[in-house]
Design a protein around this ligand. Structure first.
Ligand code: KG4
Ligand code: ZN
Length: 350
């Protein structure tokens, strides 16, 4: 394959409209237009609003990504598009836009799994070639812990394109739990960043159940913790719910989530003995979770990698472009454009 393979990547899987230009694994531009203010008053993402906003934003976002990268579309070698998992009406907008661009400019398409893109986000490098993985070679197997608003997964990466899903949440994702508990505390949406900030000024005083601590498998569950939070909050008189209480409760909740993730991370390391660990997804913005992951990995002499910039933790198209570059190297292009379709429940297949 030619060097400097330039990809225009698009992601419309949830509530961020994003386009990026990548050159091999280098990120040249990464535009993310958040719709959060339009969903905020509903306390979560409304699929039809997401679709309408993606339709309005997609063209300007693509144009901005090209402009920031200093590229015109005739310099693009391939298009990359997230086909799932995600919200069907939202995915649809990116896919139809990609199909139109492919037909108009005679470009090949690479269909990307959004979670594989989160998994490979630590492999992204900046335009100068610096990234989390720039100083070392990939040593397999690599264990990925992916924690986002829709997913909580442990994935064993035996090589690029060779993945085994080891565990995942049986109910709510960790990010969803952050968002729901924030709603119970009337903190706004999305809750993860708000709870994280408040937790910095609090102490984990409140006893909350650590989910799935006793289970033998590598799955997660966060709905019990969410319910426990609800019951606890109902029992506390309103006048006691001052700012310090909110900070302490946030800290207690954050600790329980971190523990739940770390217990399973430790178990997985013991069983599968990976060589390296990567973290991905919006929830790894949380410093307590990152610190705890480093602590446990350190006990096994393992290094933990996260993307070189926080912008690559939450949803973005640059990780899609980098993932697509690895796919392009193994010839993984869409052969028949008419078969390209959204896959809202797409997962890792062995
Ligand atoms: O990966 P992402 O952008 O989207 C999905 O693919 O779902 O993750 C979004 C999730 C939201 O639930 C948000 O509350 C959470 O990531 N999040 C955080 C933090 N920043 C974002 N959760 C905990 N701590 C944070 N600092
Ligand atoms: Zn995501």
């Amino acid at each position: 394959m030619k060097k400097n393979f330039t990809i225009l990547a698009i992601d419309t899987s949830c509530d961020e409209t994003s386009a990026a230009v990548t050159d091999d694994d280098h990120v040249l531009s990464n535009i993310v237009s958040s719709q959060v203010e339009f969903h905020q008053k509903y306390g979560g993402v409304v699929p039809n609003i997401a679709r309408r906003m993606h339709q309005q934003l997609i063209k300007p976002v693509i144009n901005e990504a090209l402009k920031r990268a200093g590229k015109t579309i005739d310099k693009i070698d391939a298009l990359a598009i997230t086909v799932g998992p995600g919200l069907a009406p939202a995915l649809e907008v990116g896919i139809s836009t990609t199909k139109n661009l492919a037909a108009e400019y005679q470009l090949p398409i690479i269909a990307v799994n959004h979670m594989e893109a989160h998994l490979l986000s630590s492999f992204a490098k900046n335009s100068k070639g610096n990234g989390a993985f720039s100083k070392i070679n990939s040593q397999f197997p690599i264990l990925g812990l992916l924690v986002s608003g829709g997913h909580t997964q442990l994935v064993l990466m035996k090589n690029f394109g060779k993945y085994q899903l080891l565990g995942e949440t049986v109910d709510d994702a960790a990010g969803e739990a952050f968002d729901k508990v924030a709603k119970m505390l009337n903190l706004g949406y999305p809750g993860g960043p708000i709870i994280s900030e408040l937790a910095k000024n609090g102490k984990p005083k409140y006893e909350l159940p650590i989910p799935m601590v006793g289970s033998k498998d590598l799955n997660f569950s966060f709905s019990g913790l969410k319910t426990a939070c609800l019951y606890k909050l109902q029992k506390i008189p309103k006048k006691q719910k001052n700012r310090q209480f909110i900070c302490d409760f946030s800290s207690s909740f954050e600790k329980a989530v971190a523990q739940a993730l770390i217990i399973k991370l430790k178990k997985t390391i013991e069983i599968y003995q990976p060589k390296q660990i990567v973290l991905g997804g919006g929830v790894i913005s949380n410093i307590t979770i990152r610190r705890e992951a480093r602590k446990v990995a350190g006990k096994f002499g393992l290094r933990v990698f996260v993307p070189y910039t926080q912008k690559l933790f939450t949803d973005n198209a640059a990780m899609v472009g980098v993932c697509a570059w690895y796919q392009a190297q193994r010839g993984d292009f869409i052969k028949n454009i008419t078969t390209l379709d959204r896959q809202p429940n797409l997962s890792f297949t062995p």
